[in-house]
Design a protein around this ligand. Structure first.
Ligand SMILES: NC(=O)c1ccc[n+]([C@@H]2O[C@H](COP(=O)([O-])OP(=O)(O)OC[C@H]3O[C@@H](n4cnc5c(N)ncnc54)[C@H](O)[C@@H]3O)[C@@H](O)[C@H]2O)c1
Length: 275
């Protein structure tokens, strides 16, 4: 039976990940700093749990080591704990920057390193999924430290995948677009939520959308996938949908007086040969 450790399990995405693994028959060790919500979920799923501050230097290794030594070898580690505070670059302090990076970047890296050591010693394969964010590729006002922490996490994911691949340890990331989770520790305004919810698929994402991708990339169906950043965002990361077209569409099919081709019609030179 798969033993999965899920951090941030008391939160919106982590909880859904835990529920999906439970439904798939995994044994779970759930980790979070929010003792009450974590215990309630663990009870509901019949899972074990560890209350830990993963922002501390020792928390991440304690999470993986505790799960492994108490409940047996860990097959899957999902690093979902994270904070996304609004913090302008002009207001950054050393403490605030370090706090974001300690949880969002250092914790997954240290937890992965501990799993790699234990799995290598035991000669076992393992699979890690880091929860990144579309912010890793797109800065926005107030999101600089968060975006930076996730960009660093994506590179750390690739670096770990390179080094641990020969040991049979896969390391991937799932990068969600915005999904509403109604979080107490990560509040967002309605205006922000509305602005970042727009995507080509035209419906809001849900924690379950993210959890299904995590389950797939963590599992045997993705056994030849490592170092991958899987964007699960309704297509919102594919481009800037709100930008205007170069030329306004013209129903007549011609643009009188314009040297440029009419939008929607290709110049002759780009049309394929028919013979
Ligand atoms: N919701 C989104 O739109 C979205 C989009 C992209 C990425 N993400 C990422 O998904 C992950 C989960 O976020 P969420 O939206 O479910 O938020 P959430 O606030 O619901 O969950 C975060 C969880 O992390 C826990 N946590 C916070 N500090 C901790 C600490 N020091 N030690 C241990 N646990 C701690 C919280 O208690 C909470 O349960 C985060 O990494 C976040 O960056 C979320």
């Amino acid at each position: 039976m798969t033993h999965a450790v899920v951090t941030g399990a008391a939160g919106g995405i982590g909880r859904s990940v835990a529920e999906h693994f439970a439904r798939a028959g995994a044994e779970l060790t759930l980790v979070d700093v929010d003792a009450d919500r974590l215990a309630a979920l663990a009870d509901a799923l019949g899972a074990r749990h560890l209350v830990l501050d993963l922002g501390g230097a020792d928390g991440p290794a304690a999470a993986v080591g505790g799960a492994w030594h108490t409940h047996g070898p860990v097959d899957v580690l999902v690093n979902a704990a994270g904070i996304y505070p609004s913090l302008d670059m002009a207001d950054v302090t050393a403490a605030a920057w370090d706090r974001v990076f300690a949880l969002n970047t250092r914790a997954p890296v240290l937890a992965t390193a501990e799993l790699a050591r234990l799995a290598a010693e035991a000669g076992r394969p393992a699979s890690v999924v880091n929860i990144s964010s579309g912010a890793a590729l797109r800065a926005r006002p107030g999101g600089g430290p968060y975006a930076s922490s996730k960009a660093a996490l994506e590179m750390a994911t690739r670096a770990a995948a390179l080094e641990f691949g020969p040991l049979g340890i896969r390391v991937n990331a799932v990068s969600p677009g915005f999904v509403a989770v109604d979080s107490a520790c990560n509040p967002v305004t309605d205006t922000y939520a509305a602005a970042v919810s727009v995507n080509p698929l035209g419906r809001p994402g849900t924690p379950a959308d993210i959890a299904r991708a995590v389950l797939w990339i963590a599992g045997p169906e993705a056994s030849w996938v490592t170092g991958e950043i899987l964007r699960v965002d309704g297509g919102s990361g594919t481009g800037a949908a709100h930008l205007p077209r170069l030329w306004p569409p013209d129903a007549s099919g011609t643009s009188p007086g314009s040297p440029h081709p009419t939008p929607g019609t290709l110049p002759d030179s780009t049309k394929g040969h028919t013979s």
